[in-house]
Write a protein that binds this ligand. Sequence first.
Ligand code: KG4
Ligand code: ZN
Length: 344
Amino acid sequence: MKKNNLRVLGIESSCDETAAAVVENGRVIESSVIASQVDLHAQFGGVYPELASREHVKAAYATVNEALQQAHMGLSDLDGIAVTRGPGLAGSLVVGVNLAKGLALSTDLPVIGVNHLEGHLYSAWLYQAGSKPSPEPKLPVMALLVSGGHTELILMRDHLQYELLGGTSDDAAGEAFDKIARLLELPYPGGPSIQKAAMQGNPRAFNFPKARLSEPWDFSFSGLKTAVLRAVEEFKATNKPVPTADVAASFQAAVVGALFEKTIAAAREFKVREIVVAGGVSANKALREAFRSQTEFRVHIPHFSLCTDNAAMIAAAGFRHFIADETSSLDFDVQANWPLAVSA
Ligand code: KG4
Ligand code: ZN
């Protein structure tokens, strides 16, 4: 596919956000619409899968329509459709994938099924139309991918090439934030709640342990989670008020420290000059600050609004596939468990 301005419609429905976006040349956001179900799921303290699928069914068409309208475009202005194929909730993925296929069928546009994690990585390439272009990441980059389901260090030597250096065998970073928030009786989603509580707390109040791992680039947050649980239980057992802000701040500092130190060490080890930090947890202010305050590497962290799930990132990743002449046939299935890369 060779043309000057390639416009890709992105569709995302892997979890609890129905999203659609139009992105030009993999970088310029012409529109990005997100219908969030977060308030609906908050009452359950987490995502309720069947409810999520049904909400996607209701919101999908209007979301795509809105994205096209905001971009002042019709389907005929597009060059391709990118949709999240996985990983995610199967029943939710099906909704976006089927809509994308239906649109492709009726327009003859090419469609590509994109890995959601790949989307998160390509969010680092995006900027809003009409605003100053963000600096473009220069490959190779060391990518830290931190979301609700994944914590991975990925070496990207070239576009669409992902080498998995390490990950977690237990909780992902976002999951740890969500679980500790629940323990501290803070509202869902946990990440933003912990961040807010941590602002009033002392990050050095508790010295939570660092994981010792045999694999140098792996992460583990289960020991930390247990240590926080024990600390909270001690207060409760002695009828003392739990110092929520101090616990939140110390927990956040421990997670941020582990993520930051390992990413920097990996970038040094693999002699990479640029770092990408992406995924929901990259919205965390303390994490952003840690990476921003070092000067050894050029660091790319997406704008806040692009850290959590959105469709612009799916369109951005789709663009890279289209220019590599990769498309999906119309019979592709969703992949609820779909690793972006396997260890070398
Ligand atoms: O990427 P994302 O929106 O969805 C997945 O692909 O999983 O990530 C969601 C995760 C949740 O666990 C949420 O608690 C976390 O990102 N998160 C944060 C913050 N904002 C969202 N974690 C820490 N600090 C934040 N400000
Ligand atoms: Zn995500």
